[in-house]
Design a protein around this ligand. Structure first.
Ligand SMILES: C[S@@+](CC[C@H](N)C(=O)[O-])C[C@H]1O[C@@H](n2cnc3c(N)ncnc32)[C@H](O)[C@@H]1O
Length: 254
């Protein structure tokens, strides 16, 4: 079998790069941190710019991109609140995407991963580690400003509640939500698609869901949901009547 020669990564927009390898899309981010490798990922240079390969098996947002994600993404200059940062694998790519002028407020509650996140913050000037519990957002109100994006990957049964509570406090009206939904944390007795439907039902209203994507084969029983806040989020309202939904769900799902 002949292997197609890999192209060099080319810019997609902002600090995101893409390349085709054997007809599969690979994504890379322009490294802001120094030195560039954070979790053993490959490094390539475009001119004198170091790029870091985004491993879809290690990152849900990386997996969503590899699956063809067209929903919201962090952009240069934006501020993102990242809940469940662990050791910073995905948070480092988000920090690359928002660039030097942007900020990532990376919340993690467990001490062990937080120690590595703290070390990463030393190398990434725009990544600010916060040791806190996302269930108590008032505890970091003094350290986190209004943000342009909220990324949540806590793998907990109440992940949708945490997204809503933090969005109400921190997310701008013009912002974006990215929620990595781990359905096995919500109970294995239901089909993952039922959990996805229920999560969408809870989010629709406070948010307009732009895209939902299954993360198989990279992350089993996971989805990424992306959306924008509506006025109902600010007002603290819960789900609206079905007629207010943006459109047929099937068109927004892959
Ligand atoms: C699936 S891992 C996150 C992986 C990470 N987002 C990445 O892609 O590199 C989930 C993380 O969420 C953290 N976590 C769980 N519940 C949390 C909470 N209530 N507040 C803050 N962090 C939490 C866990 O300690 C764990 O490190």
């Amino acid at each position: 079998m002949t292997r197609r020669r890999a192209d060099r990564p080319g810019p997609v927009g902002g600090h995101l790069y893409r390349r085709e390898e054997d007809r599969r899309a690979e994504f890379w981010t322009e490294a802001l941190g120094d030195p560039p490798a954070v979790y053993g990922e490959r490094i390539a240079y475009v001119g004198d710019r170091p790029l870091r390969r985004w491993d879809p098996y290690r990152s849900k947002l990386g997996a969503a991109l590899a699956r063809g994600w067209t929903g919201p993404l962090p952009s240069p200059g934006e501020r993102w609140l990242y809940l469940g940062a662990a050791t910073g694998t995905t948070a480092s790519h988000v920090a690359d995407l928002v660039g030097r002028e942007g900020r990532v407020y990376a919340v993690e509650r467990s001490l062990r991963p937080f120690a590595r996140l703290l070390a990463l913050g030393g190398r990434y000037p725009n990544l600010l580690p916060v040791l806190a519990d996302a269930r108590r957002p008032e505890a970091y109100l003094d350290r986190v400003p209004l943000v342009d994006g909220l990324y949540l990957d806590v793998a907990q049964p109440d992940q949708v509640d945490l997204a809503l509570a933090n969005a109400r406090l921190f997310l701008r009206g013009s912002g974006a939500l990215l929620l990595a939904l781990k359905t096995s944390s919500m109970g294995r007795e239901k089909d993952p698609r039922r959990h996805r439907d229920e999560a969408e039902d809870r989010l629709e209203g406070p948010f307009e869901i732009e895209e939902t994507i299954a993360l198989e084969p990279f992350h089993k029983r996971h989805f990424l949901l992306g959306g924008r806040p509506t006025r109902a989020l600010v007002a603290g309202a819960s789900a609206p009547p079905v007629s207010r939904r943006a459109g047929p769900r099937a068109e927004r799902r892959r």
